[in-house]
Design a protein. Structure first.
Length: 318
């Protein structure tokens, strides 16, 4: 009984007419088997190998690169079609890797990582893929962080990070980061609730102070209406307080003007009284001199006496 040949000629990609191709292949198998004197079992084994090779090639032609690789890895090294399947295996690996890079170039890092993770350690692009997976994982983490911080999609962000491979440094720090996100989210929910309570209680400044304690862009947008309402209330209150201050200032100014007018009137009255007293004292002095110097028979003295109204000082003259 003869053994199987060590290798078989390469099988090209499937022709357009699948039926003709299959007929030709089986005729070739039959001729080779007859020429080598194979037994039925040997002939059947060789036929199965060709079927498996055919299936691997079909996966490649159908762009089913993962299936192509998986099927190729089932061929043992001692098989006569091993070398051919390895060539196809690496071709499919390169195609799969190329697809991953195209996805990454379109910022579809999640899908790129998923595709690149399908590569096995024995595939040609595996090492390069691992380096790019690390880069893509970091980009994906940044995308997830932005999704959480700016859009508030916490669960979606966490789900997005789950495709990051365990072997990357980012994945090793991921549990701590996710725990921090969840804690931060809970704190921001509580802060917003406190701000709303302060707003409803009319504590405008306290509402603003609470609202401004939130930590992410998403939550800052959520508390903007609270801050706007508080600012509006504070502006109204300040306007009222300013109006009251202006009224008080006007009242105080009016009181000051009245007091000043009263003081001025009192000053003028005092000056008039003082002037009158001085005039009266001057008359009194003149009258005293007049009475002392002149007698009543003196006509000039009498007229001067009357002009000075010396009768106002009877006790001092007589």
């Amino acid at each position: 009984m003869s053994s199987l040949p060590p290798s078989i000629p390469p099988v090209s990609s499937p022709p357009t007419n699948q039926w003709l191709r299959m007929v030709g292949m089986w005729l070739a198998v039959a001729v080779i088997g007859a020429g080598l004197g194979w037994s039925y079992q040997e002939w059947q084994s060789y036929r199965n190998l060709l079927l498996r090779l055919e299936e691997i090639q079909k996966h490649r032609s159908d762009l089913e690169y993962e299936k192509c690789m998986n099927k190729a890895t089932t061929i043992p090294e001692k098989s006569p079609i091993y070398q051919q399947t390895q060539v196809i295996f690496n071709e499919c690996a390169e195609k799969l890797f190329g697809k991953a890079k195209i996805l990454a170039a379109a910022n579809q890092f999640k899908d790129a990582i998923i595709e690149a993770n399908k590569l096995t350690p024995d595939s040609a692009p595996y090492q390069e893929a691992q380096q790019l997976i690390n880069q893509w994982s970091f980009s994906l983490f940044q995308k997830a962080t932005k999704l959480y911080q700016e859009q508030g999609k916490l669960n979606e962000a966490i789900t997005l990070t789950q495709v990051i491979p365990e072997t990357t440094l980012i994945r090793q720090r991921l549990p701590e980061t996710i725990a921090q996100w969840k804690q931060e989210w809970a704190v921001n929910v509580s802060i917003r609730k406190q701000a709303l309570q302060a707003l409803e209680a009319g504590q405008w400044q306290q509402a603003k102070q609470n609202a401004r304690r939130v930590t992410t862009g998403y939550w800052q947008k959520q508390v903007e209406p609270i801050i706007d309402r508080a600012d509006a209330k504070i502006s109204t209150l300040e306007a009222q307080q300013e109006a009251q201050r202006v009224r008080r200032q006007a009242q105080q100014e009016a009181q000051r003007v009245r007091r000043q007018a009263q003081q001025e009137a009192q000053r003028i009255a005092r000056e008039k009284a003082q002037q009158k007293a001085q005039e009266q004292d001057q008359r009194r002095q003149q009258c005293i001199k007049l009475v002392t110097k002149y007698t009543e028979e003196n006509e000039w003295a009498l007229k001067e006496y009357e002009r000075l109204r010396c009768d106002d000082f009877p006790h001092e003259l007589f």
